[in-house]
Ligand binder design. Sequence first.
Ligand code: MLT
Length: 312
Amino acid sequence: ILAGTNAYAQTEFPSRPITMIVPFAAGGPTDTVGRLIAEPMTRMLGQQVLVENVGGAGGTLGAARVAKADPDGHTILLYHIGQATSVSLYRKLPYDPAKDFTPVGRVTDVPMTLVARPTMEAASAGDLLGYITKNKEDVTLVNAGVGSASHLCGMVLMKALGVPMTTIPYKGTAPAMTDLIGGRVDVMCDQSTNTSGQIKSGNIKAYGVTVNKRLGSLPDLPTLAESGLDGFEVSIWHGIWAPKGTPAAAVSKLEAALQAALKDPNVVKRFADLGTEPVPLDQATPAALDSHLKAEIERWKPIVQAAGVFAD
Ligand code: MLT
């Protein structure tokens, strides 16, 4: 027997399928991004990357699951700006987003669109804002729960208009979209990765994008800034995290698989069709995600305080 053989050598990572927790319902924007990158990541890692949807509480239930998971690299989280805003929005968050995770890398920054049920009478963004201002709480604004991107965008919209709408939380914006298409609810601010197809097929009405440049995939949709709603820049950055204590060897394999996924031609094309693009590869790194998260936690504190929106 070779002297000194380490009978307990670390088994090669990954040694079994990897669970990617998407903290929102299947079929929504986060799930769409997750399933698109899971496929090339699977090829790169040589083990199946399986998306598991864990919805609820604006994504914080799924994030909590990962914070408490075995730090062996086989459980990862795909989350977004909610990882930063939840610090200000939740009084009793069962984890610290900046301490209880190991960052792997940023993924993509997704613009949001202001959309409404197909029966909405308003012809332009200005008309829609007038409708909201007139009808106030009679207008239902749907989102994926406190801490979700759709909640954040709705909060910024209500603050900009100075109008409280009635908000209805879902486990993701896929189920919210179903009620919007059915005309049972009125408006939603959701990521172009979920709304592009529905807008193009005329199932919902679109009024504007929340970034200052029109989307190549929806060239006729004006920006909200063009409609006079200034200072309304909401773009939803996404990241992949592993639990704190995940071995560096596993993290670097996950980082390499993420970067390979962001170069994958199908991912690049599908992202473009959905109004977004992969981050530059130097952003798909642990350091880039960690510094961005910390900056975003600080940036959103005063905005959330001013909006006076909190959850227990
Ligand atoms: C959100 O934050 O609104 C979520 O991304 C919605 C979703 O992915 O279902």
